[in-house]
Design a protein around this ligand. Structure first.
Ligand code: ZN
Length: 416
């Protein structure tokens, strides 16, 4: 059960403590984006919280105030990583790369923070490498355990780090994919990573890149579960503060454009050319100046107007519109734009946990993907646009009746 927990108004930067006074974007009030509504609760009140992102003028960390405790968000979570084929492919390729790069073998220990349903660690287990997951959502951890991935059901921070070291020793490889943004106590989390990392060990973390979010208008990736939005400049400062240095960085296409950072204990070795280049790219683009962050809000409003224009035009022309997917980002988009069943008849999702429920806030019903083939809508609005190629390939059958795909971000595009 999720309960409202009124946190004290935290108007200070979660990393450096500076007073937050600059708005990056204000998306108004929105429900928690993973709080899917069951049919029997359809008539009950839903809590809405502000989605107002600030940027710190000292460390340039973009961030939301925390209104709901991490326990109430993540203790029962609906996101199962293994429902995406392309994400599994990504995990498999990463495993092959990192095992080779770090020379991992049967004597190595790999820890993953927020290991979800074991989507990644299963590939280490296959190779006989000891892999331990840390995952706060017990329903998801249970699925990982069935795959043979031992999973500790806990939130991570310095205290859990000490317990892990006592029980398993320190890690040769510490992984955190799409978790850093979701950590309310960022300093405790990164300090915990320092504790659990073996001397000579490596950290890799992936998270959406703020520069891509802003350049490509991905405001729908802002939700209450994502407390922080990182540039390389900001994340490097945070790691350095805790005695960790970033020695390499890669740009990935996942989640609309992510960074994969490589960290280790500070004071060892030099940094890659890619680190030097990334620092320069962000400085040249002005990510170390507050002015750079001022125009994003207007760009977001314009995107809303364009999407509504398209939907109104389609409805006036008598067209039917279905959604594809029920991702968190879809809920930010639909709530911010005020799009409900007046535009979208229903959406579909492959995740059976979501089928039969309603989208939070907008109450658009979530059905099985087969429904699209039965009802033959004129347009299918792809909400998880980061998987658009995969989805358009899977759903290519809609072309049989002249159906077309619509992708809302970075701008409204219709695919014949
Ligand atoms: Zn700050």
């Amino acid at each position: 059960m999720r309960q409202q927990e009124t946190m004290s108004a935290q108007a200070d930067c979660r990393f450096c403590g500076t007073k937050l006074q600059h708005t990056l974007v204000d998306l108004g009030m929105s429900p928690l984006c993973e709080s899917y509504v069951s049919a029997e609760k359809a008539n009950q009140m839903e809590p809405f919280y502000p989605l107002h992102v600030y940027v710190c003028d000292n460390c340039f960390l973009a961030q939301l105030e925390q209104f709901v405790s991490a326990e109430s968000i993540f203790s029962e979570y609906a996101y199962f990583s293994s429902y995406s084929d392309s994400w599994l492919q990504h995990a498999k390729r990463y495993t092959e790369m990192i095992v080779k790069r770090l020379d991992l073998d049967r004597s190595s220990t790999v820890l993953e923070l927020a290991s979800n349903d074991g989507y990644l660690l299963q590939y280490f287990v296959e190779r006989g490498i000891r892999a331990i997951g840390i995952e706060p959502a017990s329903n998801i951890a249970a699925v990982a355990a069935k795959k043979g991935v031992p999973t500790v059901v806990k939130f991570f921070g310095q205290e859990t780090a000490r317990e892990l070291v006592a029980q398993y020793g320190q890690a040769d490889l510490l992984i955190g994919n799409n978790v850093l943004a979701q950590v309310p106590d960022l300093n405790d989390f990164v300090a915990g990573m320092k504790i659990v990392l073996k001397p000579g060990g490596a950290i890799t973390m992936e998270f959406p890149h703020l520069m891509r979010l802003m350049n490509e208008n991905q405001f729908d990736t802002i939700y209450h579960e994502h407390f922080s939005y990182f540039s390389f400049i900001a994340v490097e400062k945070i790691f350095a503060h805790h005695g960790l240095s970033l020695f390499d960085v890669e740009e990935l296409s996942t989640h609309g454009g992510s960074l994969r950072i490589y960290g280790r204990h500070a004071g060892t070795g030099s940094v890659s050319d890619r680190v030097v280049a990334m620092r320069k790219t962000e400085r040249d683009a002005g990510y170390d100046r507050i002015d750079t962050y001022r125009n994003f809000g207007e760009q977001v409003k314009e995107t809303k107007r364009k999407l509504l224009e398209f939907l109104i035009g389609a409805k006036r022309a008598g067209k039917s519109i279905a959604g594809y997917g029920a991702p968190g980002k879809g809920n930010t988009l639909l709530n911010y734009c005020g799009i409900r069943t007046d535009f979208i008849d229903y959406t579909v999702d492959r995740n059976p946990y979501k089928q039969g429920k309603l989208l939070p806030g907008t109450h658009i019903p979530i059905l099985h993907p087969a429904r699209i083939m039965e009802t033959r809508p004129d347009y299918v609005l792809i909400l998880p646009w980061n998987f658009k190629d995969e989805i358009m390939a899977q759903m290519s059958g809609i072309r049989d009746w002249g159906g077309r795909f619509v992708v809302p971000i970075p701008e409204v595009r219709v695919y014949p």
